[in-house]
Design a protein around this ligand. Structure first.
Ligand SMILES: [Zn+2]
Length: 275
């Protein structure tokens, strides 16, 4: 425990040359959860690979109660196993809000820090099965991670979904918007806030899609998203950090973006409940 606190306090850059196991990565969070009133570990999303047990880690963070009903947000990282920046950012984000729960007033955050545990441990984009899990959603996929995540997306009916990714072809930060029309009003302040850490990708075409100020309005088929056909649609944001940036800047950018989206969404809910 002493080591963990020291690392947090001195903010040492993580040694990215050594890839931790999922258990090692999440040990500090589980330790915090064991004495936190707000952070809950939810074991039980398990699957087997060649007879070996694996777990899809799930956390619930309950922010201080607000006047309105709790706002349920799903935060997903590491569905591509070689994109560890988002995974580390989410772990750090949970540590941060546990220290300052007032940042999450009115929210229930359902956090999935490692959506592709076998890919994360092997350092591969795809899972052990060789599949890109982020092309498998809502297609009757038999991939166990996808089935578990689809079940989470169906049962929690999130108001908003945020996914973290890294792009090795982009030199700037950008994002995809989907779902509710207000999504664009949430990503704009987030991209602006991120600019204190990383440049924005302002290209007219990013990843083959037309883009405007770092925002793409379409996307790949089969990505992690809300169940098809549900109404109202939640907001759905995919954040993409440039792979070649400094580790600390990428993590700071993700954390800033997450917090900015939460701050920007709260007034919409308050307004809607007063209508
Ligand atoms: Zn990705």
């Amino acid at each position: 425990m002493q080591t963990i606190m020291t690392t947090l306090e001195t903010n040492n850059p993580p040694d990215v040359s050594v890839r931790p196991t999922v258990a090692e990565l999440l040990a500090p969070l589980n330790e915090i959860a064991s004495r936190s009133h707000s952070l809950i570990v939810n074991h039980g999303a398990r699957f087997e690979v060649n007879g070996q047990p694996h777990e899809l880690p799930r956390y619930l963070f309950i922010g201080p109660k607000a006047v309105e009903d709790p706002i349920r947000i799903g935060i997903f990282a590491g569905i591509h196993g070689d994109e560890a920046e988002g995974v580390r950012a989410v772990v750090q984000f949970l540590q941060n809000i546990n220290a300052k729960p007032e940042l999450t007033e009115g929210y229930c955050l359902f956090v999935y820090p490692v959506c592709n545990p076998t890919g994360f441990e092997n350092g591969t984009r795809h899972s052990y099965s060789g599949k890109d899990l982020n092309r498998e959603f809502w297609k009757n996929s038999t991939e166990p991670e996808v089935k578990l995540l689809e079940s989470e997306l169906t049962s929690h009916m999130f108001h908003g979904i945020i996914s973290l990714h890294t792009d090795d072809t982009s030199h700037g930060f950008y994002g995809f918007v989907n779902g509710s029309t207000l999504t664009e009003h949430l990503i704009k302040p987030a991209l602006q806030a991120v600019e204190q850490f990383l440049p924005r990708n302002a290209s007219a075409v990013i990843d083959g899609f037309p883009a405007h100020n770092g925002i793409i309005g379409e996307g790949y088929d089969g990505v992690l998203s809300a169940p098809p056909g549900i109404h109202p649609r939640p907001f759905d944001i995919i954040l993409e950090a440039p792979k070649d940036a400094a580790e600390q800047k990428k993590e700071a950018a993700f954390m800033q973006a997450l917090q900015t989206i939460l701050n920007a969404y709260r007034p919409f809910i308050a307004y809607a409940s007063n209508l």
